[in-house]
Design a protein around this ligand. Structure first.
Ligand SMILES: *Cc1c(COP(=O)(O)O)cnc(C)c1O
Length: 420
């Protein structure tokens, strides 16, 4: 089906949606916007009232190829008609093919598959724990993570997440984590020496190459290069959480390519399946630390998820999407900077890599990111906050020049409105 046909259909039909009935039976774990999206095509979405939106959220940096992309439709249809799930009791050829593509296109030697970002990070944490016991001989290993980081919502990954708001109410947390400020090399060096006592010791450092959720904060090249040399000297594992920035989001396939260093372990999820749930942990030289029976996932790497992820990978290559990400990213940042220049009392900074960008509001004003996001939604542009003061722009990687222009016009209009 062509995009034009889908657009036509979307404009014709709309199903009534009953919000009250939904809230009666679905747990209120999310602060939801009061719309329900029912159809998508490319970077456009329609809600149940028939209103059209430009999608600069992409399921939170997940819908790599946008909505209803022909390559996704083809892969999903073909695989569901063939075989969709069997269990890792058996060899799964699609898993081998996807792992081969990842290994050929990254610093990794081997891959473990799961279903989400949190699970990928859990796998990395388990690998780091076992590495500490079996290689470094540390009884009580500690993983350093960064303040303002985000690593997921399971118990171990909220512990890894250096933001108290995700942890309060869920104590006791998982032992073995310690937080340091991001991009601060002295803090890492101090922590490593302070924590090296008795049975304790640092076994791994887990960081995002660019902090997504924490406010779209890019990693500092010198900091990461120094970390790499510290890890090389000490045997401490360097683990990158590439769940949000990996799979081409930054214009490079992996965020670490911006930093000029390779991690020992890295994780991926969000963009990997283009919206079909899949997660992965990649490892280099310590890829055989976990042995048969030590880690598993029922759904992990099933033929369906892997076939779709393979289609995403091949489409990234075939359609030269990384180049689009770089160009559209520059266009978007330039446009946002022009807007920021008009509102210096309201906008503090525009920053990002490729198609993950943040517009930070001034700290000392009443206006928050959520206010801008709500006003943009009214105007037909979907955006998402990253923390209280940063508005995040993470469109599908196939976004066009005209769509970036259209989004910028809406942001300009919205800023005029909200500053009053
Ligand atoms: C979203 C995210 C996660 C969690 O992924 P889930 O699939 O929601 O479990 C972990 N790390 C980073 C950097 C993320 O952006």
């Amino acid at each position: 089906m062509s995009i034009e046909t889908l657009v036509q259909q979307a404009n014709q039909s709309s199903t009534p949606f009953n919000k009250e009935s939904f809230d009666e039976v679905v747990m209120s774990t999310y602060g939801r916007f009061p719309i329900a999206l029912e159809k998508g095509a490319g970077c456009r979405l329609w809600d149940t009232a028939g209103k059209e939106y430009l999608d600069f959220v992409a399921g939170i940096a997940t819908c790599t190829l946008g909505h209803a992309h022909p390559a996704l439709i083809e892969a999903v249809t073909r695989q569901i008609q063939t075989i969709h799930h069997v269990s890792n009791l058996y060899y799964i050829p699609e898993q081998g093919e996807l792992a081969r593509w990842i290994v050929d296109n990254s610093c990794a030697d081997k891959v473990f598959f799961c279903n989400s970002g949190a699970e990928a990070n859990e796998a990395a944490i388990k690998l780091a724990r076992k590495y500490a016991h079996s290689v470094l001989d540390i009884d009580k290993p500690i993983i350093l993570t960064a303040k303002d980081s985000f690593h997921g919502r399971t118990l171990a990954t909220i512990t890894a997440t250096g933001q108290p708001k995700y942890q309060k109410n869920f104590k006791p947390l998982v032992p073995g984590f310690h937080y340091v400020p991001y991009n601060d090399i002295n803090a890492v060096e101090e922590a490593i020496s302070e924590l090296d006592e008795g049975d304790y010791g640092v076994s791994a450092i887990l960081l995002e190459p660019l902090q997504g959720e924490g406010g779209v904060r890019p990693g500092d090249v010198k900091y990461f290069q120094k970390l790499r040399s510290i890890c090389d000297e000490t045997g401490i594992l360097l683990i990158f959480d590439e769940v949000q920035v990996g799979m081409g989001r930054t214009g490079k396939l992996w965020g670490y390519e911006y930093l000029g260093v390779e991690p020992d372990i890295f994780t991926s999820a969000k963009g990997l399946g283009g919206g079909i749930p899949i997660g992965a942990m990649m490892a280099k030289k310590f890829c055989n630390v976990l042995e048969a029976g030590e880690h598993a996932s029922t759904f992990g790497g099933n033929p369906f998820a892997c076939a779709v992820a393979i289609a995403v990978c091949h489409t990234l290559e075939k359609e030269n999407i990384l180049e689009n990400v770089t160009q559209r990213g520059e266009q978007l940042r330039q446009g946002l900077q022009n807007i920021a220049a008009k509102y210096p009392e309201h906008i503090a900074e525009v920053r990002g890599w490729g198609l993950i960008n943040g517009m930070e509001l001034q700290a000392d004003i009443e206006l928050n990111a959520i206010d801008v996001v709500k006003a943009a939604m009214e105007e037909g542009l979907l955006l998402v906050p990253a923390g209280k003061k940063v508005i995040r722009f993470v469109p599908p990687l196939i976004v066009t020049e005209a769509q970036v222009d259209a989004a910028l016009q809406i942001v300009d209009r919205v800023m005029k409105q909200v500053v009053g």
